[in-house]
Write a new protein. Structure first.
Length: 385
């Protein structure tokens, strides 16, 4: 395969694509009450959109394991972006709750296609230090998008306007920029079976342990879902201050994602990923256990910093496992990561409802520590051999 040269806007395009795919879910997280009121539903009834969103996303992520073998990652990403554009427009135009439920859920299909393909494209176009640095840039866009998105969407009182003036324009821009700036990558094994990539991953012991152990650690995701509520309940911090705190933590995560990609080559993806997983797991236990606000805040800050570095290192480690089937490997990782995130939320929810914050932190933090130990013991780093 001839060498493909990326352009100046390639990484910017990939970062934008990876970030804006969450536009619909960001709007629903802030304006769920307004969406419910517009359709004459309760918040509980309307929250069903999140369940169907998660289910369809997981099914699509599994399907990508097979589709990625014969298809170009560039083409698949553009298809995913096109789906996000269409479904975002569908959400804006939805005349009834049932239509909105269906179209909103389909947003996750586009996102599940884009997520593994952006990392795959970076892996195909770059290697060595350039790969680590550019993965860091791509993952920097995600927390920046959330930090800015919360501020922008929070100013809309009408959720349809949020789709019309925020989600749809950004998705269209992402698609146009991707079509212009991301080079077309030929599928490596266009004539092989849909199951070839999956078999290649399953035959590689290190690759199997890599996706399984990596998916166990979802500390950063759990932080985003529960930490604000913990500070409000345990330390009685006001909603406005918690919002500022959350935005600040997200920005620290963005900074660490950007610079983390530059320090990873010194130590290797395996060591950095394992260290970050063990570190975030340990710190999460401390954050939810201590009753000193400043120690807890310091722990949360360190979790954000380590999580930013871990995203780049973890993707780099997965990309290196099965070089001839990067798309399949990242699709398997995406599917297992979604399952792992669900597992962590289930553990957190059960322990929190049955016991208390410290016990819940021990459960989720313990999974993070276990993840790091499994990576150290069973995962190989081909780039460091």
């Amino acid at each position: 395969m001839s060498e493909i040269k990326p352009g100046r806007l390639t990484i910017s395009s990939l970062a934008l694509s990876r970030s804006t795919l969450t536009g619909a879910s960001l709007i629903s997280s802030i304006l769920l009450i307004e969406i419910a009121q517009s359709f004459g539903k309760t918040v509980g009834e309307t929250s069903q959109i999140l369940t169907f969103y998660a289910i369809l996303g997981t099914i699509t992520a599994v399907g990508m394991i097979f589709l990625s073998v014969r298809n170009s990652p560039t083409r698949l990403q553009n298809i995913g972006l096109g789906i996000c554009v269409i479904t975002s427009i569908g959400c804006y135009l939805a005349p009834s709750y049932s239509v909105f439920l269906i179209v909103y859920s389909l947003c996750s299909v586009g996102g599940a296609i884009i997520t593994p393909m952006t990392s795959t494209i970076v892996g195909e176009l770059y290697s060595g230090k350039e790969r680590s640095k550019n993965l860091g840039i791509v993952f920097t866009g995600i927390p920046l998008f959330y930090a800015i998105g919360y501020l922008v969407v929070g100013r809309f009182s009408d959720w349809r306007n949020a789709f019309a003036y925020f989600a749809i324009p950004l998705m269209v821009l992402s698609l146009l920029l991707s079509l212009k700036a991301v080079p077309y990558i030929q599928p490596r094994k266009s004539g092989e079976s849909f199951f070839t990539g999956l078999r290649a991953v399953l035959k590689n012991r290190s690759a199997v342990w890599c996706v399984l152990s990596s998916s166990l650690s979802s500390v950063w995701i759990i932080c985003g879902g529960y930490i604000p509520s913990m500070y409000r309940e345990v330390f009685e911090i006001s909603v406005s201050r918690v919002a500022i705190l959350t935005a600040s933590l997200i920005l620290f995560n963005a900074v660490s994602s950007f610079y983390g990609g530059r320090i990873i080559p010194r130590f290797g993806n395996k060591r950095v990923t394992a260290f970050c997983n063990i570190g975030t797991g340990t710190l999460f236990i401390i954050v939810l256990s201590v009753r000193n606000l400043y120690i807890s805040l310091a722990g949360s800050l360190l979790v954000c910093i380590l999580a930013g570095v871990q995203m780049s290192a973890g993707s780099g480690l997965n990309l290196s496992q099965v070089p001839d089937y990067k798309s399949s490997m990242m699709s398997v990782f995406s599917a297992t990561a979604r399952f792992g995130g669900s597992l962590n939320f289930a553990v957190m929810g059960y322990l929190l409802s049955t016991y208390r914050w410290s016990t819940a932190g021990l459960g989720v933090g313990g999974l993070g520590i276990l993840s790091g130990l499994l990576i150290l013991l069973f995962v190989e780093d081909p780039l460091r051999q």
